[in-house]
Structure formats: C-alpha cells, structure tokens
Design a protein around this ligand. Sequence first.
Ligand SMILES: CC(=O)SCCNC(=O)CCNC(=O)[C@H](O)C(C)(C)COP(=O)(O)OP(=O)(O)OC[C@H]1O[C@@H](n2cnc3c(N)ncnc32)[C@H](O)[C@@H]1OP(=O)(O)O
Ligand SMILES: O=C([O-])CC(=O)C(=O)O
Length: 370
Amino acid sequence: MSVAKGLEGVVALTSQISSIIDGVLTYRGINIDELAEKANFEEVAFLLWNGRLPSRSELDRLKRQLGEEAELPPDVLAQVKSFPKDIHPMAALRTAVSSLALHDSQAEDNSSDANLAKTIRLTAQMPTIITALYRAREGLEPVAPRPDFGYARNFVYMLHGKDPDPVAVKAIDKALILHADHELNASTFAARVTTATLSDIYSAVTTAIGTLKGPLHGGANERVMMMLEEVGTVGRVEEVITRKLDNKEKIMGFGHRVYKDGDPRAKHLREMSRQLAEQTGDSTWYEMSVIIEELIERKKGLKPNVDFYSASTYHYLGIPRDLFTPIFAMSRVTGWTAHILEQFSDNRLIRPRAEYIGPTHQAYVPIEER
Ligand SMILES: CC(=O)SCCNC(=O)CCNC(=O)[C@H](O)C(C)(C)COP(=O)(O)OP(=O)(O)OC[C@H]1O[C@@H](n2cnc3c(N)ncnc32)[C@H](O)[C@@H]1OP(=O)(O)O
Ligand SMILES: O=C([O-])CC(=O)C(=O)O
C-alpha cells in the first residue's frame, strides 16, 4: 500500500457539481467569476442543486420557499436562546442543525422529493439560527424572518433588526456565491462519507459543520481577523508577521491544498474589501491585509485563499468575527446538500484502507500482571 498523507492528489469520486481545472473554479461548468458578477445567491443555490440555472418563475418560487421556510420550530428557537452565552457559534450551529432533525417529520425519509424539501428548509433555517443565537447572546430578542426578503437581505435584517443598506446586502450576497461550493473540500467530503452510509441529510450537514469549524478549513476566516487585530496598525505588519513566520506559525488565510497559483475567489473579496474601506473611510483593515499579502508572497511564495479578504470584508460590514465561519456555513450548506443529493443518487459506501504501522504479535497480559 502507498499512503497519500491527507489524501493529497487522491481522486475519491466523480462529481458534476463544481470543478477546479488549471486554477479555474466553475459551478456546473459556469466560471465563478461570471457568477460572482452577474448571479444572485438563490440562482446559484438552484444551479448547484439542479444542474442548471432557474427560469424566472423557478427562481421566484425558490426565493418564496426560502423565505417561507426560514422560521425555526419553537423548540429549536427556545434551545438556541438557552445556549450558554460563551460558546462558539459554530458549536451552537452544529447542535441546532442536529436538533432540527428532531422536529422534521421527513427527517428519516431519504426519497428524492423529501431530500430536496429538506435541503431547501435547512438552507432557509441556517441564517435564522445564526442570527437568533447572536441576538440571544447580546441580550436581544430574535427577529422573525421576512418571507418577502431575499436570503442575504434577510440575514442582515435578522442580525441587526433593521432593513439593511443595499450595499451590505449585495456584498453578503456576493460572498455567499463565492463560498457556495468547492469540489471535494474537507467538509463536503465529510458530508459525503456520512451520506454514503445511507444516513440522513441532517446527520451529513451536522458532520460538515463540525468539519468546516476547524482553523485549517472554514475556521480560518475568524483567525485571519484575530491576526489583523493582533497586528493592529499598518506599521506593525512586518514585525508581527515576521515573528509568526520565525515561530513556524501558519499564517491564516494563506496557502491551499489545490491552488498553488492563487485562489480565484480571493480577488473578488479583495476588491470588496477595498470598496468597503473606501465607503467606510476606514482603510486600515484593507491596507494591513494588502501589506500582509505582499509580505507572505515575498517570504513564503504563498497566496491568499478565500478566507483572507473575507475577514476584512465582513468586518467592514459590522459582522462580529465569530460569525464569519457560520456565514461560510450558511452559504456552503448549498454545496454540501448538492453533494449529498449527488451521493444519494449513485451511492457506494466510502471506506478507504489504513496502512497499519503499530506493533504486531503482542500477547494479552492479564491485568494483575501489568
Ligand atoms: C476555505 C478553506 O478551507 S481555504 C484554507 C483555509 N485554511 C487556512 O487558511 C489555514 C492556513 N493554511 C494552511 O494551513 C495550509 O495552507 C492548508 C491547510 C490550507 C493546506 O495545507 P497542505 O496542502 O497540507 O499544505 P502544507 O501544510 O503541507 O503546506 C506546504 C508547505 O507550505 C507551508 N505553508 C502552507 N500554508 C502556510 C501558511 N498559511 N503559513 C505558513 N506556511 C504555510 C507549510 O508549512 C509547508 O511548508 P514545509 O514544506 O516547509 O513544511
Ligand atoms: O477546497 C478546499 O480544500 C478548501 C476551500 O477552499 C473551500 O472549501 O472553499
């Protein structure tokens, strides 16, 4: 047996959902650059789930469904409000999504129709969970979702309790598009492994949330913000980053298993961060980020990934840093569920092998002789 540590370079399955070929990312064959400029998030969700762009009436129907299904079962809302205030929102999200299954009569129904219905419901409910737990932590009552608002607008509305500035809505919508799917990343793979045992969507998405949470994956965006806060001013970039590199620390938001020549999503987030810096009149976070990018490129030859400029972008939008990864999750749930549906449609148990390198021919020693 030969072992590819971290499964690097291993092609584990075939998929028709997203591709990364020569550094170009597509969803269902459409370049992410085009989707980021022209599409809205609901269109992208439909595209990922159905393999084609929606007609006007299909899009209107999906938007309506996402609005109507956004409300949480009262028991789950009560549970979210009762969570300890100091837990990480990703831990809370993981638990709340798992709880949703207990209140869904279709939870154990793995027919295609039920799975599509649960996919839409779960996607609709994620922003409601995230905003409710944020507001509960702040001592505020949750804001009920508005069925007539789009996905991004509803999220910002439920977070801050007032109809948001269209610029902020557009920025969130674009960020959601950029994070929606990414081939066989760790959380999507985890979701497919769970699905392949013929478990259910809630179990697979709960698995995926737990996997996205880690700082080497989706949790990196929050760590980027912590690093920017630690740096604090443009003048301190060189000193803080050099110290981290000397200590062999990973610089969060840089490097990627697949992209060695740069992540195609990063430029969009960089530009969003630049524009928001201009609009808010506070260029510090953007400028620090640009100088860190130049320094890491020069010293390590590494380029920013999707997480790097999403940190300053979300910060400019007034989003607390521990909600950065939950926002990633409420976008990526569309990709996870597309992959879950694809896995169900042509399933085989995912069960690789391990090369055993432990001791052999060991005798059992009775407990009184140990
Ligand atoms: C949405 C996402 O999940 S995007 C990724 C988000 N994660 C991060 O931003 C965390 C920081 N980045 C990393 O830890 C890595 O680049 C990963 C996890 C993304 C990819 O990891 P791998 O493909 O396993 O790369 P690996 O860790 O082997 O790195 C190769 C070399 O580059 C170095 N390197 C890679 N990323 C970084 C980094 N961010 N900072 C410093 N050095 C790095 C490694 O130390 C290693 O050096 P070595 O060969 O001298 O030991
Ligand atoms: O693909 C990966 O390994 C990580 C990533 O960029 C993502 O999930 O968006």
